[in-house]
Unconditional design. Structure first.
Length: 171
């Protein structure tokens, strides 16, 4: 027996080993505007970040914090998304739901969902003291496809992207 009482679903039945419930919910793509006009992409309850390949390095400064891991990007991270791509997300973003083999899903390798969107590399957006800063779009690279995965699957994150128009950054 299934009842939907004001948004709360109640399933009443006798359960047996191996029974499963599959819940499919409609998830709309959405672009949210953040600090200084940067944009993030959401789908349903999840926010997405750029899939950045990383390199880990174990460090120990022989202090009270002991051994720790530093993580550095091995792939580009400094992309902007064109304003035109944001006007119709359903057309400009490809959603791919990956099959799940039961492995821990919250990492780069096993991300359950990925979004593909066109973006442009911004070479002038660099790190200063290991922090992304100094954004200026005086040179735009060719359009390329980037992959976004759920925020929780990433260690390094670029979640807010500059919005680009033909003249550069649209703030």
């Amino acid at each position: 027996k299934f009842e939907n009482n004001g948004g709360i679903a109640v399933l009443e039945r006798t359960w047996k080993d191996g029974d499963q419930i599959v819940l499919k919910m409609g998830m709309q793509l959405k672009a949210s505007t953040w600090y200084q006009g940067m944009v993030s992409i959401e789908r349903g309850p999840l926010v997405y970040s750029l899939k950045i390949e990383d390199e880990k390095s174990i460090k120990d400064r022989n202090d009270r914090f002991r051994e720790f891991t530093e993580v550095y990007p091995k792939s580009p991270w400094n992309y902007g998304i064109e304003k035109a791509s944001l006007s119709d997300l359903e057309k400009s973003i490809l959603v791919k739901e990956n099959s799940w083999d039961g492995s821990y899903p919250w990492n780069l390798e096993n991300a359950p969902i990925q979004l593909s969107v066109n973006a442009r590399l911004l070479p002038s957006w660099q790190k200063i003291n290991e922090v992304p800063t100094n954004l200026n779009a005086n040179k735009l690279e060719a359009i390329e496809e980037i992959i976004l995965i759920p925020y929780g699957c990433t260690t390094l994150r670029i979640t807010e992207f500059p919005v680009l128009n033909l003249q550069g950054i649209d703030r």
